[in-house]
Design a protein around this ligand. Sequence first.
Ligand SMILES: Cc1cc2nc3c(=O)[nH]c(=O)nc-3n(C[C@H](O)[C@H](O)[C@H](O)COP(=O)(O)O)c2cc1C
Length: 140
Amino acid sequence: MLIQLLYSSKATSALSPADLTAILDKSVANNQASQITGLLLYRDGCFLQLLEGEAGVVDAAFRRISRDPRHHQVESLFYNECKQREFAQWYMGFHVPQPAALAKFPQFAPVFDPEFDVSQLVVTPQDGLAMLKVFAELPG
Ligand SMILES: Cc1cc2nc3c(=O)[nH]c(=O)nc-3n(C[C@H](O)[C@H](O)[C@H](O)COP(=O)(O)O)c2cc1C
């Protein structure tokens, strides 16, 4: 069964470009091996990541990612079965969303406010997916 999982989290401490590159390099290598695709957004110390793949494989990856001390306040936002991959081109795409792009998704923009308590967010999978797909279309 193919699933999509979306979560948000906050960086534990300030991450340098080199720190982010290290996370991405490891992610791409692991995800390619386990056929996980998706997208990672990072801004102002806040992460939003979509993982898609076989349920058991994604579950195991998410358990490992959740324990990573480089971030905390890991909140699963949705977990849904899907018919086909929507981020098949990336073992892990990465974007730093700009304010103008975030403004188009008022329901999701607060995720990237370091002060925002994500548990207050009313999240619908459609809105989250719509936002991620916009970033997926942008050049790397
Ligand atoms: C925000 C964030 C996103 C991550 N995304 C992934 C991912 O998509 N796939 C992955 O394998 N590891 C990801 N990691 C890294 C894992 O937490 C973990 O360090 C790594 O999978 C361990 O790999 P290893 O056992 O091969 O050393 C992520 C870490 C962070 C902080």
